[in-house]
Design a protein around this ligand. Structure first.
Ligand SMILES: Cc1ncc(COP(=O)(O)O)c(C=O)c1O
Length: 351
């Protein structure tokens, strides 16, 4: 059934192996991030077979769907209301709120477990993490008193909200915090987690400061792209996922609607440019599954609009002949993989 995601498991395995080697060569453990493909089991199995150091996801619902000897890490700060599920289905979570950590402590006490915590520090990207230095130390002091919490380390996340590019200088601040924490509290932190796929250039250039020993990789594994500048990573596939869609109508029609223009299906007033008649196809997939602007056609066609269940393509430029029932293939972006793997209307085939 279409729309269908074709998932190339061997390309995925290759990417995982390459990046894992690169991390280890540079003294970094790797958290393989599964959220972009909703922890698809066939791909999670590959992560387990390749023995990545950690498997990480932002949603506890994804981590709940598999067990493994490899520690599972919850990336998004926990909701207090999820604490019971989190201590059951993950070994470590990233945190920045002491009240939430106390709740995790209570819940892990109930099942006689110790839950690992990585304390997040905001180095300027302004998403999660403690921003004021003194609050870092006061929070650590409180964490160390909790019986069912193990302080695993500290971490930071850049290039997500604010787009801040990691530099050795910025990451050195994390190392300074590590040193001060270890000295002041006479403890050793296992994990100093320096960031996500935006750290890839520093990783490849051997510029990650000593003291940082962990990196969390999602986009680079599935799309072969570092995320500070959007550059392709050498020898990493960018086409693990391909989307196949089916044409449900193909006809020559004008490029602008005929009649007074009111609102479209989503309450917006559309604007059109008259380029004369065009060959237009409709494929059986829509806004409910994916944003058409995030699809990259393999052929010289372009997606020009969509409604909930339809995407409209301009087929005027291609030399290939398409008929109703034929397939149109797309390469994908991070956002399109995310939404397509979330849609229950999109099937999957593994090669
Ligand atoms: C806290 C955190 N770390 C790491 C990642 C992975 O980011 P990327 O896909 O850029 O490697 C994400 C997002 O998925 C995240 O939210």
């Amino acid at each position: 059934m279409y729309p269908k995601l074709i998932i190339d498991k061997e390309k995925f395995r290759h990417n995982v192996k390459e990046l894992l080697n690169k991390c280890h060569e540079n003294g970094q453990s790797m958290m393989a991030v599964t959220k972009v493909f909703c922890a698809d089991h066939e791909l999670v199995d590959i992560l387990i077979e390749e023995n990545v150091d950690y498997i990480a996801d932002s949603r506890i619902q994804n981590l709940m769907t598999f067990t493994s000897l490899i520690p599972r890490v919850l990336l998004r700060l926990p909701m207090m209301s999820e604490a019971e599920l989190i201590v059951k289905h993950s070994e470590i979570s990233l945190n920045s709120e002491i009240e939430t950590i106390k709740e995790l402590n209570r819940e892990s006490g109930k099942i006689n477990k110790k839950h690992g915590v990585i304390l997040m520090i905001d180095l300027g990207d302004l998403r999660e993490g403690i921003f004021i230095e003194e609050n870092i130390y006061s929070t650590i002091e409180k964490i160390l008193k909790l019986e069912h919490i193990q302080l695993k380390g500290i971490g930071t996340n850049l290039t997500c909200y604010g787009g801040v590019i990691p530099s050795a200088e910025i990451l050195n601040q994390l190392v300074n915090y590590k040193n001060r924490i270890e000295k002041e509290f006479e403890i050793k932190l296992d994990i100093i987690s320096g960031g996500n796929s935006s750290n890839i250039e520093l990783l490849y250039e051997g510029l990650i400061p000593e003291g940082i020993n962990n990196i969390r990789l999602g986009e680079s594994i599935v799309l072969g792209r570092e995320t500070a500048y959007g550059n392709d990573i050498e020898n990493i596939y960018n086409d693990v996922f391909t989307l196949e869609t089916e044409i449900i109508e193909i006809k020559e029609k004008p490029s602008i609607p005929i009649g007074e223009i009111g609102m479209n299906a989503f309450g917006k007033t559309p604007i059109f440019k008259d380029t004369g008649n065009m060959l237009r196809a409709i494929i059986g997939i829509g806004k409910q599954d994916v944003d058409y602007l995030e699809l990259i056609p393999y052929d010289t066609i372009s997606a020009i609009g969509s409604s909930s269940d339809h995407i409209i393509l301009d087929m005027s430029e291609t030399d290939n002949i398409y008929n109703v029932g034929d397939l149109v293939l797309f390469k994908l972006t991070y956002a399109s993989i995310l939404s397509l793997t979330t849609s229950k209307y999109v099937t999957r085939t593994y090669v």
